[in-house]
Design a binder for this molecule. Structure first.
Ligand SMILES: Cc1ncc(C[n+]2csc(CCOP(=O)(O)OP(=O)(O)O)c2C)c(N)n1
Ligand SMILES: [Mg+2]
Length: 648
């Protein structure tokens, strides 16, 4: 039966006009009509749909996407159906990462939808959903689900819970979604789709938004009011602080002798860089940054001191240790930022937290300033007019930063070893990349080194996913970031362990002809967890990639014969393999000049060295052990943990 428009039973000229569409068709048409707006700029909210088809969505949402490409609806009294680009992914987790990176690069004003088949296709997206929710990045997740009519139960890939027939594997999305619904009946889509858009565009609530779509319901027809498909603009707010809260915050700051600002991801998503700089300059307060906030203030600004916390630099950590007032801007204070609650050592340290989310604003018994980062900083600058932190704080910060720069300068020079330390590669990259180019990383030993060393030149340059620190984010994220910022070079730094976890999206990068640069650091193992293991008494157990040795029975035989360069080449892209920093520089220039995606495999030293630094991270060590290495580590651990405290 073809779709037709009609009136839905009412009589008279004001009868609501309807159109008969499947749930899949209605959803695609609805999504194409959604816009976001902030500061007068309007964008398509859902810029495209990534998908992998199976029996759960091939004939429902899949048919709707095809129809959208071939015969979009027009002229039936509703707005014309907008084109909904479809991108085919290779792995469902990856496609969520791609969508997240896209949304992050668009400062959360635009995102993508992800459709997967039922069962494993859908649960593959759970990790991506968790990442989105933890990182507070909007993404629309559309898992397919079991038959609502239960006629064929159990359908292929259905989990049967004999005590509760409405439980499906997709319930795993509930704890990792900011909004969750299952569309058992077509008409439920109307309120649920509207609620989903609200959450996606609410800076305080945003994250993974999950609409589960039973496979029969996706294909089921319904008479939809045409108004459902009209263009809608979702205004992304900039909530301003309450006057009384602003005055309370300003009062605390005015008492400060040694204040610091900690800039988190919220400062970037709200495009607060100019306001942050103005605030810092007006008050003379040094700015430290988190993994998500690096670049909020350009690194070459004299008040930008850089990364704070477990993998932060010594200058920032010294300022944090002695701070009497900490002003958190758009940060959720992860354990890396607080060095597992050891970073702030002043007994009476107080916090002022500017955050759009009251949950984060309340952390560490703070004076809460619930507001958009930009609006809040502007208000604070006004409220503090005429006040400045003691000039010694500014001078001390500059001196500490100069000491740190001198201390780490050798990290970028050649080391006396056969293969380069990865810090040399980062130094070269940092120097060669343009101000608006984007570097992506998420897990391994790299985030720590980058946090300590990278000098971010613009707010979007430093794209570190360190909320979920998910191995496998980098590669698909490069695709999403490049789609969002086509004029920037996008470089994904990928460890060999991470590469082996999720290389598949190179095929998508090739299919879509998206030019990214993949830098794979081959050190034959997990340098990060190896170093952690060693310092925590576990002797790098199980952290190298080695053949199982016939003699020892352990994984400490020869290196594996696997050839990562050949592996990448097999996807059809150019690969250069280098073993020195000079060769890396040449390779990067060639990669930059290329019109296509290319990869550079860099052989690096598994043992670093990594940058110096005094931050601490709480990873508990076995309290009793027969191993001397563990006993020693346990004593070191207990001493390091001693200053850990709540900020009450
Ligand atoms: C999906 C996932 N699994 C496990 C971890 C724990 N983990 C963190 S880093 C790491 C090893 C990373 O190895 P590689 O990519 O080679 O980087 P390197 O440590 O050598 O720098 C592991 C297993 C993680 N962060 N993400
Ligand atoms: Mg490695």
């Amino acid at each position: 039966m073809s779709e037709h428009s009609g009136s839905s039973g009412r009589t008279g000229t004001d009868a609501p006009r309807t159109v008969r569409l499947t749930v899949g068709q209605a959803l695609v048409r609805f999504l194409g009509a959604q816009y976001s707006e902030r500061d007068g700029q309007r964008h398509r909210l859902i810029a495209g749909t990534f998908g992998i088809f199976g029996h759960g969505n091939v004939a429902g949402l899949g048919q709707a996407l095809l129809q959208n490409q071939l015969e979009p609806a027009a002229g039936d009294g509703g707005d014309d159906e907008a084109h909904m680009p479809y991108y085919q992914a290779r792995n469902e987790q990856n496609m969520v990462h791609t969508a997240v990176a896209y949304a992050r690069t668009r400062n959360r004003l635009q995102t993508m939808a992800c459709t997967a088949s039922i069962g494993p296709g859908s649960t593959n997206m759970v990790t991506g959903a968790a990442l989105a929710t933890i990182d507070r990045i909007p993404v629309l997740i559309l898992p397919s689900d079991v038959f609502a009519n239960r006629a064929v139960d159990p359908v292929l890939q259905q989990l049967e819970d004999e005590r509760a027939m409405d439980v499906t594997v997709n319930d795993a999305f509930r704890p990792v979604s900011r909004y969750f619904d299952r569309i058992w009946r077509p008409e439920q889509l109307i309120p649920s789709a509207l609620a989903a858009m609200r959450v996606l565009t609410d800076p305080a609530e945003t994250g993974a938004v999950t609409l589960c779509l039973p496979q029969d319901v996706q294909a089921e027809a319904h008479d939809w009011p045409l108004e459902f498909f009209r263009e809608r603009t979702w205004h992304v707010g900039r909530p301003v602080p309450e006057p009384a809260a602003l005055e309370r915050a300003a009062e605390v700051i005015r008492t400060a002798q040694r204040p610091v600002v900690i800039a988190g991801g919220g400062a970037i998503y709200s495009e607060a860089s100019t306001a942050l700089q103005a605030f810092a300059e007006a008050t003379g307060i040094p700015v430290l940054d988190t993994q998500a906030g690096k670049g909020a203030l350009r690194d070459d600004h004299e008040l930008c001191i850089g990364g704070v916390g477990a993998t932060g630099n010594d200058a920032a950590n010294e300022l944090a240790a002695t701070a009497d007032v900490v002003i958190g801007v758009g940060t959720r204070y992860t354990d890396f930022t607080t060095a597992s609650h050891t970073a702030f050592r002043e007994p009476d340290v107080r916090f002022v937290n500017l955050n759009v989310k009251s949950f984060d604003a309340a952390k560490h018994s703070a004076q809460m300033l619930v507001a958009d980062a930009r609006a809040g900083l502007e208000a604070l600058t006004g409220a503090l007019a005429g006040w400045q932190a003691p000039s010694e704080q500014r001078e001390r910060a500059a001196a500490l930063r100069a000491d740190w720069d001198a201390l780490v300068a050798p990290c970028f020079d050649p080391h006396d070893q056969e293969l380069p330390a990865q810090t040399e590669i980062f130094g070269a990259l940092n120097e060669m990349m343009g101000d608006e180019d984007i570097v992506i990383n998420a897990a391994g030993s790299m985030p720590g080194d980058l946090q300590a060393l990278w000098r971010a030149k613009s707010p979007l340059q430093y794209h570190l996913e360190y909320g979920y620190s998910c191995m496998g984010y980098e590669l698909p994220a490069s695709l999403g970031a490049k789609m969002a910022a086509p004029d920037s070079e996008v470089v994904a730094i990928i460890g060999d362990g991470t590469f082996q976890m999720a290389p598949q999206e190179i095929a998508t990068i090739v299919a879509e002809d998206v030019k990214v640069i993949l830098v794979i650091l081959q050190n034959h193992g997990w340098s990060s967890i190896g170093a952690l293991s060693e310092s925590h008494g576990s002797q790098r157990f199980g952290t190298k990639y080695r053949m199982r040795s016939k003699e020892s029975g352990q994984l400490d035989g020869p290196k594996l014969p696997m050839d990562i360069a050949a592996n990448i080449r097999s996807y059809g892209i150019e690969v250069q393999e280098v073993s020195s920093t000079e060769d890396f520089r040449d390779a990067y220039r060639r990669a930059e000049a290329s019109a296509q995606a290319t990869a550079i495999v860099v052989n690096t030293n598994l043992y670093g060295p990594n940058p110096p630094g005094t931050g601490w991270w709480d990873v508990p060590v076995s309290q009793v052990s027969r191993l001397e290495s563990t006993q020693q580590a346990s004593a070191v651990y207990e001493a390091a943990k001693a200053p850990q405290r709540h900020y009450l």
